[in-house]
Design a protein around this ligand. Structure first.
Ligand SMILES: Cc1cc2nc3c(=O)[nH]c(=O)nc-3n(C[C@H](O)[C@H](O)[C@H](O)COP(=O)(O)OP(=O)(O)OC[C@H]3O[C@@H](n4cnc5c(N)ncnc54)[C@H](O)[C@@H]3O)c2cc1C
Length: 440
């Protein structure tokens, strides 16, 4: 191996995980090259322009407990307090449920919030409190695998609570329906967001597009430290060498496939692409099969541009028993007045409608539920059919390390406490980078 490549890490994929690996290595003065097949960075959390309007490929929500993501945004030059709209926890299902964290230190913010929640009977509120206390007593750890539904049922949460509180929370956090969602991962999310300080449960909404929020800044940070970030460049194959790793890369601007050598390669693609890329390596056949078996769930986002005078009663609110699950007022979040993002997570009947019909159903719901009578100027449905892994009971997730010492994995799907989230992706990337740094 060329001495130049002695400590040169290739990162395949410029999503949040890949950019977290690269920024962490670059901060330790390790040379990195990021290859991203798309023309822009961000992967499943990327900015999209439609009708001259800045959108994302899906409306995202971050939480106050996303410690690693917030720290890394700051490390690469962002300012989370300025870049994100911070809202104290408030779950509003229009006309059905209103749960607002009180302005008190934890855990009083939740206790008082729950006791004064509207839309739940006293019995239901006490039942939620008992469930939470029981989980806190076990430090949110289960001794057996079970679904979130089974766990809640065994604590007598009842169908109404499941519909109004637990299902919307579980689908929003795990992108997986209660009936199949891993109870342990659901508890991990409750522990992280509700078991810590008051700010941990805050909801953070990006005021800028998701590519600008972190990946673009990380790219500038990496370049300042001598690293390279190449977009529109697909890695076609990973080839282990006697020493190091060779990658076959095909760049849009170059006629032929090139081979480039590195000391390490980190595969930071989505599970589907990782399985495809690694399946040709005999040493990684089992890992590739494990990754290929990971099931997925969709997320649909319906963007609706109304005239500027239209706004929602809150920056974020939910609807009960509708196609539309969560509505976001982009006017209040990012100054895009009249723009509403409607999020529909996980599998469901919305997958049976075409985009046109789904958009019409959503517009109808906004008219019926929120009395938005004005016709929209335009709308756009973005369907991410494999948005996240399906966070199911007993799902086996691969580690960052693979049987090949210099090929590593990073991504929201690697083994960890989190469901498929930005924090899961960033944490995986940081762990992967630290493991490389520790070896040196
Ligand atoms: C619609 C939607 C809504 C979501 N909502 C939320 C939310 O509210 N909150 C939250 O925390 N999370 C949310 N998520 C999940 C979050 O976006 C993901 O967990 C996270 O972005 C995954 O990042 P990643 O880096 O692991 O993978 P990816 O983002 O998939 O990045 C992988 C990158 O690798 C590139 N790539 C693939 N193959 C190659 C190759 N051969 N060569 C070079 N490059 C390659 C891809 O182009 C991509 O850019 C949502 C996801 C979606 C899709």
């Amino acid at each position: 191996m060329n001495t130049d490549n002695k400590r040169h890490v290739a990162i395949v994929g410029g999503g949040y995980a890949g950019m977290a690996v690269a920024a962490t290595l670059a901060s330790a003065n390790i040379r990195v090259t990021v290859f991203e097949s798309a023309r822009q960075l961000g992967g499943r959390a990327r900015g999209v322009i439609y009708n001259d309007t800045q959108l994302d490929n899906g409306q995202h929500i971050l939480l106050g407990c996303y410690r690693q993501t917030l720290r890394l945004i700051e490390q690469v030059g962002g300012n989370p307090e300025r870049d994100l709209l911070r809202l104290p926890l408030r779950l509003t299902l229009h006309n059905h449920l209103e749960f607002k964290a009180a302005y008190l230190p934890a855990p009083l913010h939740l206790v008082v919030g729950l006791l004064s929640a509207k839309g739940l009977s006293l019995r239901e509120r006490l039942s939620v409190a008992r469930f939470y206390m029981a989980m806190a007593c076990t430090k949110f750890k289960l001794s057996t695998n079970m679904s979130a539904y089974e766990l809640l049922d065994s604590h007598k949460q009842g169908d109404r609570l499941a519909r109004l509180l637990w299902e919307p929370l579980c689908v929003a956090a795990l992108n997986t329906p209660l009936g199949i969602a891993s109870a342990q991962v659901f508890l991990n999310v409750l522990r992280e967001s509700f078991g810590g300080s008051r700010s941990a449960s805050d909801m953070l909404l990006s005021r800028m597009d998701l590519t600008a929020l972190f990946p673009d800044r990380a790219a500038a940070y990496i370049k300042q430290r001598g690293g390279e970030v190449v977009c529109a460049c697909e890695v076609r194959a990973v080839l282990p060498q006697d020493e190091g790793i060779a990658l076959m890369v095909s760049q849009d601007s170059l006629p032929a496939v090139q081979t480039r050598s590195f000391s390490h390669a980190v595969c930071a693609t989505s599970p589907t692409n990782a399985a495809r890329l690694l399946s040709s390596l005999p040493q990684l056949k089992d890992v590739a099969e494990q990754i290929a078996a990971i099931p997925h769930q969709p997320v649909y986002t319906v963007y609706i541009q109304y005239p500027e005078c239209v706004s929602l009663p809150l920056p974020m609110l939910g609807l009960d028993r509708c196609y539309s699950q969560w509505l976001f007022d982009k006017g209040r979040i990012s100054g895009q007045r009249g723009l509403v993002a409607v999020v529909i997570s996980a599998q469901g009947r919305h997958q049976d409608c075409g985009h046109e019909l789904l958009a019409q159903n959503v517009i109808h719901e906004l008219r019926e539920q929120l009395h938005i009578k004005t016709d929209p100027l335009w709308y756009k449905v973005i369907a991410e059919k494999r948005a996240t892994f399906s966070c199911e009971t007993g799902l086996l997730r691969p580690e960052n390390e693979t049987p090949l010492a210099n090929v590593m994995l990073a991504g929201d799907y690697t083994n960890g406490d989190y469901p498929a989230t930005l924090e899961g992706a960033v944490t995986s990337g940081i762990l992967c980078a630290r493991s490389i740094i520790d070896r040196w």
